[in-house]
Design a protein around this ligand. Structure first.
Ligand SMILES: *Cc1c(COP(=O)(O)O)cnc(C)c1O
Ligand SMILES: [Zn+2]
Length: 432
């Protein structure tokens, strides 16, 4: 446990718990918990320039703002678990031209160890498991949470038990199998797998990684925000002086973009990104909070409906999108996702399956990234938010990439108009 972690606060009733008092959700109302830190102590003790200057280029170098770290980190050899994070931040000039936007960056988490953003959450959960002597971790997943957990547990001695819906794409299943998990493909939806994982965790005493209900998932996911801010600080418009009373006139190496666009299923990625920028703002290490644009699938409508209703009441609605990564009936971190949008003045937009497939092609051809449908939703979000006026031409925008196209080759083949010319191998056939 990290000394700066004060404990966890319930998102609903506000009750607080000591770090070891709460494992999953609030015992009173079942809502998700949010980790709290001693920002004043961190601001006093830590110079953000020291963080940016550390030679450790893994997400663990934000240890002071994390609930835990891998035991012995820094002494251990670099494995996928001990060196996760620090994915590339690319500029996309061609998209800037076609969209008429000043700056578009792609935070490419398809390049993490298991090729999805989920590695950020899994790393934090596994670190907690190692800290507490857990021997088995279970998880429900639409595919990536599981493939990530299983990848990063390999070589640690921790066993994994996975619950997925039978619709999980083959690429993700292959990852889960080859790293050596016990896999149960449930007849039903991700939500059915989710409930079963909760019950199995209670019955067999396994540590549960389920997204959202395990508060370490959001804490792992927020590292993407730290990296974005640190990289923009380095690549951007030079040092500025923060105006926070905590850090009067200390030059910060961090810089926030104007807008962050992320795909939304359970809502844990967007709430994690929001949490990361909230941490940096509380410390006075950035000057402003970005606006968040959340992109849900039209065929997974629960969260979008709640957003339209103007309340925090989220009703379960059946999902049927091909975008497996965001195919959820009941978003498990939905309330925090709604707050990420509402508190930052952002919007939710919806993406149809057809729009996501089309966006896969655009991102592949114009921005040189190969992503799965759920991830391609960020391009649809960018386009629609521009139409709505929620993004303006002079904004600096970060598109959060979340999963590799190689995980769902079937969708990639459906997304391309390209055709393979089958030939016998003679030059004449090419001329024809
Ligand atoms: C899980 C996932 C998402 C959505 O993340 P949530 O935390 O469920 O909102 C988006 N894209 C991909 C590729 C994913 O695997
Ligand atoms: Zn509560």
């Amino acid at each position: 446990m990290n000394a700066t972690l004060l404990g966890f606060r319930c998102a609903q009733c506000g009750q607080t718990f000591a770090p070891d008092e709460a494992q999953y959700t609030c015992p009173r109302d079942g809502s998700n918990l949010d980790a709290c830190y001693d920002y004043a102590a961190i601001a006093r003790a830590v110079d953000p320039r020291a963080i940016a200057a550390t030679p450790d280029r893994s997400a663990w170098h934000y240890g002071v703002l994390l609930p835990t770290t891998v035991p012995g980190h820094g002494l251990l050899p670099p494995t996928p678990l001990t060196s996760f994070g620090w994915s590339p931040l690319y500029r996309a000039p061609r998209l800037e031209g076609s969209m008429g936007v000043r700056a578009i960056w792609l935070k490419d988490d398809t390049r993490l160890p298991s090729s999805s953003f989920k590695d950020r959450a899994s790393s934090m959960v596994i670190a907690r498991a190692l800290e507490t002597g857990v021997t088995t971790i279970c998880a429900a997943s639409t595919g990536n949470a599981a493939s990530s957990l299983v990848t990063l547990c390999a070589g640690t001695g921790i066993r994994t038990v996975i619950f997925v819906p039978q619709s999980t794409p083959e690429g993700k299943l292959a990852q889960i199998l080859i790293h050596g998990a016990s896999v149960y493909a449930v007849e039903g939806s991700y939500d059915d797998a989710f409930e079963l994982a909760v019950q199995a965790s209670q019955t067999f005493g396994w540590y549960n990684r389920n997204t959202g209900v395990n508060p370490y998932t959001r804490e792992g996911k927020k590292t993407a925000a730290f990296e974005i801010a640190e990289e923009l600080g380095r690549k951007g418009e030079g040092e500025f002086r923060t105006s926070s009373p905590l850090h009067l006139f200390t030059p910060s190496p961090f810089r926030a973009p104007d807008v962050v666009v992320a795909p939304v299923g359970d809502g844990n990625i967007i709430s994690g990104l929001h949490k990361g920028f909230k941490d940096l703002l509380a410390l006075g290490w950035i000057e402003k909070m970005p606006r968040f644009i959340g992109v849900t699938a039209t065929l997974a409508p629960a969260l979008y409906r709640a957003w339209q209703s103007g309340t925090e009441h989220i009703e379960t609605m059946p999902s049927s999108t091909i975008a497996s990564g965001i195919s959820v009936d009941l978003p498990r971190d939905g309330i925090m996702a709604l707050r990420a949008i509402r508190e930052t003045g952002g919007v939710f937009v919806e993406a149809t399956d057809e729009e996501m497939l089309d966006a896969m092609g655009v991102l592949a051809r114009d921005a040189a990234v190969f992503v799965e449908p759920a991830c391609a939703a960020v391009y649809v979000g960018l386009r629609k938010a521009l139409q709505l006026g929620a993004i303006q031409g002079d904004d600096e925008v970060v598109l959060q990439l979340t999963g590799s196209g190689l995980k769902d080759v079937k969708s990639a083949l459906a997304a391309t108009a390209g055709r393979i010319h089958r030939i016998q191998g003679r030059l004449g056939e090419i001329r024809d």
